[in-house]
Design a protein around this ligand. Sequence first.
Ligand SMILES: Cc1cc2nc3c(=O)[nH]c(=O)nc-3n(C[C@H](O)[C@H](O)[C@H](O)COP(=O)(O)OP(=O)(O)OC[C@H]3O[C@@H](n4cnc5c(N)ncnc54)[C@H](O)[C@@H]3O)c2cc1C
Ligand code: SF4
Length: 567
Amino acid sequence: MAARPSDYPAPFDWRDYVSVPTDPEDERIEVGVLIVGAGPAGLACAIRLGQLLEESPETADKLGEVPVAVVEKGKQPGSHLLSGAVVNPRALRKLFKGRKATEDFPFLQEVHGESVYFMTSKQAFRIPAPPTMRNHGNYIASVSQLGRWLADEAEELGTMILPETSALKLLVQDGRVVGVRTGDKGLGREGEPLGNYEPGADLVAKGTVLAEGTQGHLTGVALQRFGLESDSPQVWALGVKEIWKVAKPLDRIIHTMGWPLRFGAKYREFGGSFIYPMGEDMITIGLVVGLDYRDSELSVHDLLQEFKLHPKIRKLLEGGERVAWGAKTIPEGGLGSLPKKLHAPGVVFCGDGAGIVNVPALKGIHYAIESGRLAAEAVFDSLQPGKTPATPGVLASYDDAVRESFIWKDLHEVRNMRQVFGKGFFMGGALASMATATKGRMPRGTIATEPDAEHELFRTDRAKSYPAPDGKLTFDKLSSVFASGNRTRDDQPSHIRIETDVPIRIAQMWVNMCPAEVYEIVAGDEDKETVSVQVTPSNCVQCGAITAKGGRLTPPEGGSGPEYTLT
Ligand SMILES: Cc1cc2nc3c(=O)[nH]c(=O)nc-3n(C[C@H](O)[C@H](O)[C@H](O)COP(=O)(O)OP(=O)(O)OC[C@H]3O[C@@H](n4cnc5c(N)ncnc54)[C@H](O)[C@@H]3O)c2cc1C
Ligand code: SF4
């Protein structure tokens, strides 16, 4: 039975997540500028604001006792950050210009060599690195560690960081964003208050910066509230990665394309792997696959297990030990899928939340940092005499600054590179080469995307080739969740919204797609056309894939989710 996830939309209404402030006025927590998300974008924004406020005490005075606050749903900054990561240092250099040198950044090492391979199941053919994959002058980092370092820098400049705090509702008054409401803590499975119940609070601010990263919950709500969603819908990829302690250091970064993904256009399997050294004794290995795929048996988690068995890859890991695991989505729509505007009255959108990612280069960190820096400058400017961030149009200076920055130039050059792979690996590869050679001038215009959930699903026997977990080189999903440090309380209300009675094809797709084993088909339903899906939300590592494929991830109680330290 053919099925499209978009025909079974999640029971989710964005209007439920928009509210006026409800706490009595004297109980609201007032801050100057409120930033949602302690990732590279949010923390760069906090740092730049701190620098500007240091130079302008009169503006700082206007912002009250807490001029800049950052709310973060993870246990601490960095807990929910996951990336490759090869970092282009240009945005950090700009952010810390005159204050810090490249040696001060928490990088693990410079990229000294790189190889790109085209893979078949048995062989690996070295091919020249396409220009977008050249990383000379870039550095390897753990984004989780980078996040903690940036958070310390922001705190030194006066930012207040509120960890374990989920921003759940967007506070909008008279058509202007005036802050967020945080989620309750200590609720039972049915939403009943437990002994440790703490209600959420209204955090009101003169300006709000949404830097929530991929699948940002309030970013999605705000784009719908203000009618800013792009005409070409956002699309995503899912990345799953592991960190290994290994016997032999890796002397270069490796990217692969081809196997274990299939080439035929009908499969829509676009992606590749990355393998990066992390110092002398660790490497990170990950696989990224576009979520427009159609086979309900595709599991990125299990494809990565299969990939590790390739003779070339196995050699790198042999004798080693897996020490960490994680998963996260990447917005892949590029320039054409950016919101119509990057601001609305009282609010701006930064980083992955806005979709600012260069997909062929697998780079988002320096764009997130640059967008956060530019957002800080626009918000600071809107706080000068005669203006407020809530005045309609005042924050348009942020859009202008992004358009004039390297962000726009880079994204413009690669604007069709992801879209062309909808035509299959070989045709897509040819068109991508043309786009690269002409710096994006060909193919002309911007090719529109289709939502990931709109692709009709079919089933192959793909899962038959996934290796059985041996607990040494290959693992099952539950051991992976354990390796993420996940600490979600299992008696809290479910934060996953899905239609639970769906055609079997959709249910199978969710079961296979979720890297954390959150979904199961109810026992006894396996042979039915329509089945019930059982959800175990406490396994969820908040990767965001379910939102792309027909459901909706909302933020669970603050402090839930993975505890990434090396990813
Ligand atoms: C597998 C993979 C490999 C990648 N490799 C690279 C690479 O090698 N180089 C590179 O440059 N980029 C890479 N990227 C992309 C890069 O990681 C992102 O572009 C970058 O992290 C985006 O930064 P951000 O600050 O916008 O969002 P994030 O890093 O996602 O940070 C957002 C933060 O906001 C918090 N948050 C979200 N919503 C809420 C809420 N409602 N309330 C409170 N807190 C909230 C989150 O917990 C998180 O801490 C990769 C991404 C993936 C998934
Ligand atoms: S349930 Fe959580 S871990 Fe699973 S796909 Fe959805 S967001 Fe990712």
